[in-house]
Design a protein around this ligand. Structure first.
Ligand code: PLP
Length: 459
């Protein structure tokens, strides 16, 4: 393969791979690896296409400003394109978005304008409305607006669709997509409707999104909540043409996460959460078929953005997606049981510097101090601060010199009220069985446990 002269030339032409470790009924299932685009997602394609269409129409000129409302993959794609083409990029982002996403975008040269996440369509601070207004107020600027920009589906009509057709040697029976803006499903659907109208377009939609019912019954379904990112909507996006779609599957978060985790373990593909939805939807379609069909779906983004969520067992347990053995006592509330060697502790002989860096690494403010699995104390940030304040150089002192020797312990057989009395005094509960340390319970652990007892969906 010849060298590219610019990173933008490496967008598209992504690999296709057949999956072999899943039950696909009579069908063969293929994944198009859009996570291998330079920005790590399928959104590099529409980002390039929308900017080039704006250049062609004169909507943006040299030195201009691109404005979009997103913290997601489209932002990363636009950051890539804007930098290479010499445009300023201003992204309007709701203030609930993770710091990690914002750091990622800033590191790529984007400017960020945070706005309120507690307001809806029509409010001047709603992120889409604010982006549109900023574009009106900024000279030589262009509101990219992926939800209403026809160059978004066009990227897939001219790129993703024809690539699938060629890679599959014209032997495709169905393509399974998700809908965020609807660009992907609409663009691929338009290409195939022209080229090979027998190919079925299938929607895989998060349970709680209104779109699946729109496809299956003609009326948007009831709105719920879901944790999969990048797909599912509470409205029908302007650029989407759902009349191209013959059937939709609703996929619950638990099923999506399980499919994505299995894809990583068994096929070595590190995919994002939405790819789990698409894979689970595609598998449901495959197993329903009576004869062999070639089915294609997409790995829309890389799983590296989800390492602390879907690929993190503690997060999965907190959210109730993984089960642990139940003891029927306070041990069920311990997020990181000592018995699993999962707890974060220190020993009396560790230095204060070592204890502090462990606190920072795990983002916690206190550590139980253990000697031979027995709790002998607890040390928190204030203990370390006082020790250092008293004597510079105390970082090399032992934990034993600064810890508190009478930690608040609670037996595993105690009740929730006992925990509450500890929390009311702003302390963390250290759970013991006699002298043996079992783990800590924080207020968040109790809240997570209470939420798991509640049949309401997690959000
Ligand atoms: C992470 C992610 N973003 C977005 C989309 C959907 O893209 P579109 O906006 O083209 O509907 C997908 C598709 O499955 C996705 O997985």
């Amino acid at each position: 393969m010849a060298a590219s002269t610019n990173i933008l030339e490496t967008i598209g032409n992504t690999p296709m791979v057949e999956v072999r470790s899943f039950d696909t009924g009579p069908c063969r299932l293929f994944l198009k690896l859009e996570n291998q685009n330079p920005g790590g997602s399928i959104k590099d394609r529409p980002a390039l296409s929308m900017v080039e269409a704006a250049e062609r129409s004169g909507a943006i000129g040299p030195g201009g400003t691109l404005i979009e409302a997103t913290a997601g993959n489209t932002g990363i794609g636009l950051a890539l394109v804007a930098r290479q083409k010499g445009y300023r990029l201003l992204l309007v982002i709701p203030d609930k978005m993770s710091q990690e996403k914002i750091f990622n975008l800033q590191a790529m040269g984007a400017e960020i304008r945070l706005t309120r996440s507690d307001v809806t369509r029509g409010h001047p601070e709603y992120y889409q409305d604010l982006a549109s207004r900023l574009a009106d107020e900024t000279a030589n600027s262009f509101f990219v607006n992926q939800f209403g920009n026809p160059a978004n589906p066009l990227a897939h009509e001219q790129g993703t669709g024809p690539e699938i057709w060629e890679q599959m040697d014209h032997k495709v029976d169905a393509v399974v997509c998700g809908v965020g803006s609807g660009g992907t499903i609409t663009g691929i659907g338009r290409f195939l409707a022209r080229q090979a109208p027998h190919v079925e377009m299938i929607l895989a939609d998060p349970l709680g999104s209104v779109l699946a019912d729109q496809v299956n019954t003609g009326t948007p379904g009831p709105l719920g909540s879901w944790l999969v990112e990048g797909i599912g909507e509470d409205f029908i996006p302007e650029v989407s043409d759902l009349s191209l779609v013959s059937k939709a599957y609703k996929v619950a978060d638990a099923e999506a996460f399980a499919a994505a985790r299995k894809l990583l373990v068994d096929e070595g593909i590190l995919a994002g959460s939405s790819s789990g939805t698409l894979l689970a939807g595609a598998l449901a379609f495959c197993r329903e078929q009576g004869d062999e069909k070639n089915v294609v779906t997409l790995v829309c983004d890389s799983g590296n953005k989800y390492l602390s969520k879907m690929y993190n067992d503690y997060w999965m347990l907190d959210q109730g997606f993984l089960e642990r053995e139940s003891h029927g006592d306070l041990r069920d509330l311990i997020a990181r049981p000592h018995a699993d060697r999962a707890s974060v502790t220190t020993s009396p002989d560790d230095t204060l510097a070592a204890a502090l860096s462990r606190m920072k690494l795990y983002d916690i403010s206190q550590l139980p101090v253990l000697a031979d699995d027995n709790v002998v104390g607890i040390i928190d940030e204030s203990d370390i601060l006082w020790a250092i304040h008293r004597r510079h150089g105390a970082f090399t002192d032992h934990v034993a010199s600064a810890m508190s020797v009478s930690p608040e312990t609670v037996e595993a057989t105690s009740d929730i009220d006992t925990l509450m009395t500890i929390f009311r005094r702003d302390l963390t509960a250290i759970v013991v069985d006699g002298d043996a340390y079992l783990g800590v319970i924080t207020r968040i652990d109790l809240l997570n446990w209470l939420r798991r007892q509640d049949p309401q969906p997690a959000s």
